[in-house]
Design a protein. Structure first.
Length: 186
């Protein structure tokens, strides 16, 4: 049973999105919501993100929207290291802070500031071992930062009952078409 779901995916620049209010964000959030709803109906309780910019923070906003209808749904933000936002611009820092303030649980895998890439690997390991599944916006056509977590999850799945679901660019295109159809005059 899926009680804890890790969510991750591309960072905004990997998608060509340089503003959290970019029109494509609506479609990304719609795709996340569409993937989450059946899982919530199956007793999903916790969403786990590391708080990185992009898909993870958009997913947090989707969770906050869903919590009014599904109050048992909780969000945990578990960062790879302390002060991960230290080099972000003010707008992104403020966005991140609003997410942390609304989250049900906030912690860090390594209780220190960034030192080396091993902290990201440790975070990926933690996410896979502490969740029952992974929902990831990732497409094999466009490798990027999610690749490492995705490959680790596939390896883990070989030996464990672990669910890996992707939101691909094709899935996003379907969402765009569904939304356009809803708003057309047909």
């Amino acid at each position: 049973m899926l009680k804890v779901l890790a969510i991750s995916g591309y960072k905004p620049f990997e998608l060509g999105v340089f503003n959290k209010d970019h029109p494509s964000v609506l479609y990304i959030k719609a795709a996340i919501k569409k993937a989450l709803l059946p899982m919530i109906e199956e007793e999903l309780e916790w969403i786990l993100i590391s708080g990185q910019l992009g898909v993870e923070l958009w997913a947090a906003e989707v969770v906050f929207d869903l919590q009014s209808e599904y109050p048992k749904l909780k969000l945990a933000v578990i960062t790879p290291f302390l002060e991960q936002e230290s080099k972000w611009n003010e707008t992104n820092k403020e966005w991140y802070e609003t997410i942390l303030m609304q989250a049900d649980f906030v912690d860090s895998v390594t209780k220190k500031v960034y030192e080396k890439p091993w902290q990201f690997r440790l975070k990926n390991q933690f996410f896979v071992e502490k969740s029952d599944g992974l929902l990831m916006m990732y497409d094999h056509e466009k490798e990027g930062s999610p690749k490492y977590l995705y490959e680790l999850a596939l390896e883990y799945k070989k030996k464990h009952d672990y669910r890996v679901e992707l939101i691909t660019f094709y899935d996003l295109q379907m969402i765009v078409e569904e939304e356009q159809f809803k708003h057309s005059d047909f």
